[in-house]
Every structure is written in C-alpha cells, then in structure tokens.
Unconditional design. Structure first.
Length: 140
C-alpha cells in the first residue's frame, strides 16, 4: 500500500471523518486505536465490514491524497497572505520614508528662508522644555 503515513497522521481528523462517513459502523474508539496506522486501519475495516482489502486501500489512499492537497492549498494560501502582508508593509514604509523626506526638505526651506525666526522658535521651545523638566524633577 502506498499511503503516505506522515500525511495520514498529520491530517488524521480529516481522514477519520471521511472514513466515518463511509464506514459509520466502526466506532470512534476503534478508529482512535488505529490512529494513523494504515495497515491496522485497513485490517480493522476489512474485519468489521467484509470489504475487499484493495477497495479499502484505494479509498484510504484517496482520502489521504485529498488531505495532502488540502494541506498544500493551505500552505499556498498562507504563503500568499505573507507575501501580501510583506508587500503592504514595504509600501507603507516607503510612504513613511517619502513623507519624512518631504517634511525634512520643507523644514530646511523654512529655516533657510527665515533663519532668525527659526532660531527664535527653537530657543523658545528649548526654554519651555527646560522649565517643564525642571518643574517635574523638583516635585519629586
């Protein structure tokens, strides 16, 4: 039998659901006892239902293939979402960089065109900041 045991164990709940749809007479406990072991599972189903081993194996392979393709589709969806998030973050960073560059250039133009007023504003902002910090440290 060519059932991928790793996929079967990784997607056991999904595969078990398909098997329960087809062979409802097998109990949850019996399925759990065979948890991911293809040979044991096929033997259990064959014993309980009397179906041919080849039919059971073909259905099991189909269920495992379906689970594997679902895993592949999920991986692809996650990768696509990660790429979209990365692209969005890069675009946002680029816009922020351009905005900061434009602000810097505008500030530089204002300072060059009005150096005295710019110096007075900076001096006043520094003086106010110093007074506020002094008051805050004094009250402690």
């Amino acid at each position: 039998m060519a059932v991928n045991q790793q996929v079967m164990k990784g997607s056991w709940n999904q595969i078990k659901g398909k098997l329960r749809e087809r062979w409802g007479q097998i109990s949850e406990d019996e399925f759990e006892e065979a948890h991911g072991n293809a040979d044991q599972l096929v033997g259990l189903i064959q014993q309980r239902t009397g179906e041919m081993r080849s039919e059971i194996e073909a259905y099991l392979e189909s269920a495992v293939d379906d689970a594997a393709s679902m895993v592949d589709r999920s991986k692809e969806a996650v990768a696509n979402a990660a790429c979209r998030t990365r692209d969005g973050a890069q675009a946002m960073a680029s816009r922020a960089t351009e905005s900061a560059r434009a602000g810097y250039m505008q500030t530089e133009r204002v300072i060059r065109s009005r150096p005295v007023e710019s110096l007075a504003v900076c001096f006043g902002a520094g003086l106010i900041t110093g007074v506020v910090i002094g008051l805050l440290t004094r009250s402690k």
